[in-house]
Design a protein around this ligand. Structure first.
Ligand code: NDP
Length: 313
C-alpha cells in the first residue's frame, strides 16, 4: 500500500485521554498527529456541566472543557486533524493507519484513545432529553439531582454502583431491572437490596421518559403483567453497559471478552510494542475524565521512552 506520510506518533481520539497524550507528546517533541474521530471532544461533548474535574473551581460545561483541551494541545504544537481512522495494519513497523477510508499514513508509535460509547435504550424521549435529566453517568451528573427522586435502568455492576451512589444524594432511587434477577455481583446486589431508599422494580422495562423540556416522569411496564405505571422523577440514568470503540484493532490487539484493550498493569502498553492505549477504551471501571487524562499522560510518556529506546528522534 502507498503511504502518504510517516510520523513519529499518531494519537487516535480526542477525549481527555487523546488531548492529554497530545499535550505531553508535543512537549516531548514527538510531533504528534491526532485524529479526532467521529465525535471530536468525545463523550464530554454530550454532557452538560462538569464539576468534578480539578482546576475548574466553579465547574465548566463539558463541550467548553474539551475546547480548552484542544486549544492547549494545539498551542503545544500538536497537529490536530479532523478525520476518522477507519482501518489499521499493525503487521509491521512503522504501523499503518487508514484515514477516512482513503489515504494511509505510517507511524512509529500509536496511542489509542478512542474511548467507549454508552449503550442507550434508543427511545425517542431518551435522545431528546439527553442532558436535560437523562444521563449515562451518575458520578458525573448525580449531584444535580440532590434531594430529588431519580430512576435508573440496568442490572449489572455499573447500575448497582450508580444506584448506590445516587442513593446517597437523592431522596429516592427507582431501579428498573428487565428480568427477575440482576447480573451484578452478589455483594453489590445485597447492598442495593438492603438500601432503604432504593426501590427495585423487577421484570420492568422503560416505555417512555416524560417531560417537555426536562425529565418529569417515566412510564414503565411490567413485562409479566403488562401493567404500566408512571413514576415522577427529575433524573433518568441509563446504566446498561458501555461499548469500547476498539473494533478496528481486534485483529491486532489483545482484548477482554467485552472488547476493552488489555494493557500491562501500571502502564499503557498493549501486546504490540509501540502501540499504547489510554482512557476508556482500556478502562471499564473508573471512566472519568480525570483518570482518562492521567492515562493519556502515561501513554505519551511510554511512547516517548519507546521511541528513544528505538533511536527514533
Ligand atoms: P453489564 O454488561 O455487566 O450489564 C448490563 C446490564 O444492563 C445487564 O444487567 C443487562 O440486563 C442490562 N441491560 C442491557 N440492555 C438493557 C436494556 N435495553 N434494557 C434494560 N436493561 C438492559 O455492564 P456493566 O456496565 O454493569 O458492567 C460492565 C463490566 O464492568 C462488568 O464486567 C462488570 O462486572 C464490570 N464492572 C465492575 C465494577 C466493579 O468491580 N466495581 C463496577 C462497574 C462495572 P440483563 O442482565 O437482563 O442482560
Amino acid at each position: 500500500m502507498e503511504v502518504d506520510e510517516i510520523v513519529k506518533c499518531v494519537i487516535i481520539g480526542s477525549g481527555p485521554a487523546g488531548y492529554t497524550a497530545a499535550i505531553y507528546a508535543s512537549r516531548a517533541n514527538l510531533k504528534p498527529v491526532l485524529y479526532q474521530g467521529i465525535q471530536p471532544g468525545g463523550q464530554l461533548t454530550i454532557t452538560t456541566e462538569v464539576e468534578n474535574y480539578p482546576g475548574y473551581e466553579h465547574g465548566i460545561q463539558g463541550p467548553e472543557m474539551m475546547v480548552d483541551f484542544e486549544k492547549q494541545a494545539k498551542r503545544m504544537g500538536a497537529d490536530i486533524r479532523f478525520g476518522v481512522v477507519t482501518k489499521v495494519d499493525f503487521s509491521s513497523v512503522p504501523y499503518k493507519l487508514q484515514i477516512d477510508e482513503g489515504k494511509w499514513i505510517a507511524a512509529h508509535s500509536v496511542i489509542i484513545s478512542t474511548g467507549a460509547s454508552a449503550k442507550w435504550l434508543h427511545l425517542e424521549s431518551e435522545q431528546r432529553l439527553n442532558g436535560f435529566g437523562v444521563s449515562a453517568c451518575a458520578v458525573c451528573d448525580g449531584f444535580f439531582f440532590r434531594e430529588k427522586e431519580v430512576a435508573i435502568v440496568g442490572a449489572g455492576d455499573t447500575a448497582a454502583e450508580e444506584a448506590l451512589y445516587l442513593s446517597k444524594l437523592c431522596t429516592q432511587v427507582h431501579l428498573f431491572v428487565r428480568r427477575n434477577e440482576m447480573r451484578a455481583s452478589k455483594i453489590m446486589q445485597d447492598r442495593v437490596l438492603s438500601k432503604e431508599n432504593i426501590k427495585v422494580y423487577w421484570n420492568t422495562e422503560t416505555e417512555e421518559i416524560l417531560g417537555e423540556k426536562k425529565v418529569e416522569a417515566v412510564r414503565v411496564k411490567n413485562n409479566k403483567t403488562n401493567q404500566t405505571q408512571t413514576i415522577p422523577v427529575s433524573g433518568f440514568f441509563v446504566a446498561i453497559g458501555h461499548q469500547p470503540n476498539s473494533e478496528i484493532f481486534k485483529d491486532w490487539l489483545t482484548m477482554d471478552e467485552a472488547g476493552y484493550v488489555k494493557t500491562v498493569p501500571g502502564t499503557s502498553k498493549t501486546n504490540l510494542e509501540g502501540v499504547f492505549a489510554s482512557g476508556d477504551v482500556q478502562d471499564k471501571i473508573y471512566r472519568q475524565a480525570v483518570t482518562a487524562a492521567g492515562s493519556g499522560c502515561m501513554a505519551a510518556l511510554d511512547a516517548e521512552r519507546y521511541l528513544s529506546e528505538k533511536g527514533i528522534h
